[in-house]
Design a protein around this ligand. Structure first.
Ligand SMILES: Cc1cc2nc3c(=O)[nH]c(=O)nc-3n(C[C@H](O)[C@H](O)[C@H](O)COP(=O)(O)O)c2cc1C
Length: 164
């Protein structure tokens, strides 16, 4: 049985919705699924503080028991909201900690509001996973209003997967 790890951060739920739909796609494909919602114990709740921390590429303290060794997975999906043109600090920490992405297929997903900085965010994630030896990198970006559109999200994810 093939295995996928879906690792994501979501503050207000949009990225979680996309992660849930990705899970559904891989359930249908009969993958064994490990799903982790990253929790940052030191993330402020104020918009401004969150934005500044993301902008200055700060890291977050994430829970210890998150799966970091990705060697057993055939596919890895990594998701983040766009914060101040960047991935969130918790995802930055995770990318720093995770290991054995060499030769893996990686689906990157991000949700965003205005769209400012969305490409910068996903491109930086792509560069990082590429530098770790990822084989295929499949990016998918979802505007926060699109997230409620089940069919659209499913189609966008499936397209990203088939282009990979
Ligand atoms: C602190 C903060 C900064 C944000 N910065 C951006 C940004 O630079 N560009 C953008 O398009 N959306 C930005 N957004 C909007 C979020 O990316 C968007 O609402 C996203 O879907 C939230 O995901 P979540 O519900 O999983 O937390 C920002 C939101 C927050 C809270």
């Amino acid at each position: 049985m093939k295995k996928i790890a879906i690792i994501y951060y979501s503050f207000s739920g949009n990225t979680k919705s996309v992660a849930d739909m990705i899970k559904e796609i891989f359930e249908i494909r009969e993958y064994e699924i490990t799903m982790v919602r990253l929790m940052a114990s030191n993330e402020p709740t104020s918009f401004l503080k969150q934005a500044l921390r993301a902008l200055f590429k700060k890291k977050a303290i994430i829970t210890e028991d998150v799966v970091c060794d990705l060697s057993e997975f055939d596919m890895v999906a990594l998701g983040t909201p766009v914060w101040a043109f960047n991935m969130v600090p918790a995802m930055r920490t995770y990318l720093d900690k995770c290991q054995n992405l060499m030769g893996k297929n990686v689906l990157l997903f991000a949700t965003y509001g205005s769209g400012v900085g969305k490409d910068k965010c996903i491109n930086e994630m792509a560069d990082i996973v590429k530098s770790m030896g990822a084989l295929k990198i499949m990016p998918v970006l979802m505007q926060q209003n699109e997230v409620k559109n089940y069919r659209l999200v499913m189609d966008k994810v499936k397209t990203a997967l088939s282009n990979g």
